[in-house]
Design a protein around this ligand. Structure first.
Ligand SMILES: NC(=O)c1ccc[n+]([C@@H]2O[C@H](COP(=O)([O-])OP(=O)(O)OC[C@H]3O[C@@H](n4cnc5c(N)ncnc54)[C@H](OP(=O)(O)O)[C@@H]3O)[C@@H](O)[C@H]2O)c1
Length: 279
């Protein structure tokens, strides 16, 4: 049976993995997939926060499975999937969401920040994808692999270049994987998000944020600015993984609708307040 867009197809509920599901977009995706009645395995380093995610996704109608996961550690990735498969069987859906980004000019960025960004956003997605694909391909599972990207790939963001470079690499990976997996029944989607309310952009050190804003002002970059709520970002993932079989959603770009603000000096302040208030 073929389902409708945005709905589960009524056949056996699927098992999904969401990385970085202790907060923000990942938690919202886990809850949205739970509301389809699916089993959702959530991974992150803060396991106390994962327990909250499981409670929310089970209240929404799903079955939760939480396990510690540092996507930068291939042994932990292996252990996460082993534990899931023992309990619930292989995943049919992987959402590569775990990610981080630091602010700062390249010349002033520490090697540790460069490394953690590349390891988390790119290598982490690679480790999880290769591990999730093995049982999908061996079992002929009709699967979905989703990569959460950022609209920073569209226009380089000064003071966020390492982050943007990892997301550009992730999009390259996704586009290639789409071809590599053609005919296997595993679909690949890039969900490219605009600014979204989460800890990602409300926990930056004040001095880094000021440097970022000054760089943008100096370069004359003006952008209409607003934030997406995480539950609306999550709906894009639901749309992709529930697309009727026989179709595939390769790229979804979701950006916040802009509330007009004519005074450029207050734009950032408003955006930051909004992020804090809705956290
Ligand atoms: N917020 C935005 O404006 C925005 C815009 C475009 C795209 N995105 C993308 O959306 C995704 C989610 O970000 P968010 O906004 O929801 O940020 P967030 O609120 O900071 O959440 C990030 C999540 O990633 C997890 N994570 C970080 N490092 C990890 C690691 N090594 N292993 C496992 N999990 C890890 C964190 O969990 P632990 O710390 O518990 O491990 C947390 O659950 C990221 O890929 C980000 O690039 C965000």
């Amino acid at each position: 049976m073929v389902g409708a867009w945005g709905e589960s197809d009524g056949e056996a509920a699927r098992t999904a993995v969401v990385t970085g599901a202790s907060a923000g977009v990942g938690r919202a995706v886990a809850v949205a997939l739970g509301s389809l009645g699916w089993t959702v395995a959530v991974g992150a380093r803060r396991t106390d926060r994962l327990a909250e995610t499981v409670a929310e996704l089970e209240a929404a109608g799903g079955t939760g499975f939480a396990h510690r996961l540092d996507v930068c550690d291939p042994d932990q990735v292996e252990a996460f999937f082993d534990a899931l498969e023992e309990t619930h069987g292989p995943a049919a859906v992987l959402v590569n969401n775990a990610g981080l980004g630091w602010l700062g000019a390249i010349a002033e960025t520490t090697p540790a920040r460069l490394r953690s960004t590349v390891e988390t956003n790119l290598l982490g997605a690679l480790y999880c994808t290769r591990r999730a694909l093995r049982p999908m391909l061996a079992g002929g599972i009709a699967g979905d692999v989703v990569f959460i990207s950022s609209d920073s790939v569209l226009q380089p963001y000064p003071h966020m270049l390492t982050y943007g470079a990892t997301k550009a690499a992730v999009e390259y990976l996704a586009a290639g994987l789409d071809v590599e997996l053609g005919g296997t029944g595993v679909r690949v989607t890039t969900v490219r998000l605009g600014p979204t309310v989460s800890e990602f952009n409300t926990s930056w050190p004040e001095e880094d944020l000021i440097g970022f804003m000054h760089a943008w002002e100096r370069l004359g970059i003006r952008q209409d600015f607003n934030y997406l709520p995480t539950d609306l970002a999550a709906r894009a993932v639901v749309t992709a993984v529930t697309a009727p079989r026989g179709t595939k959603v390769s790229l979804l770009t979701v950006r916040p609708e802009v509330t007009r603000n004519d005074d450029p000096r207050t734009v950032w302040d408003k955006a930051r307040r909004q992020g804090r208030d809705e956290r």
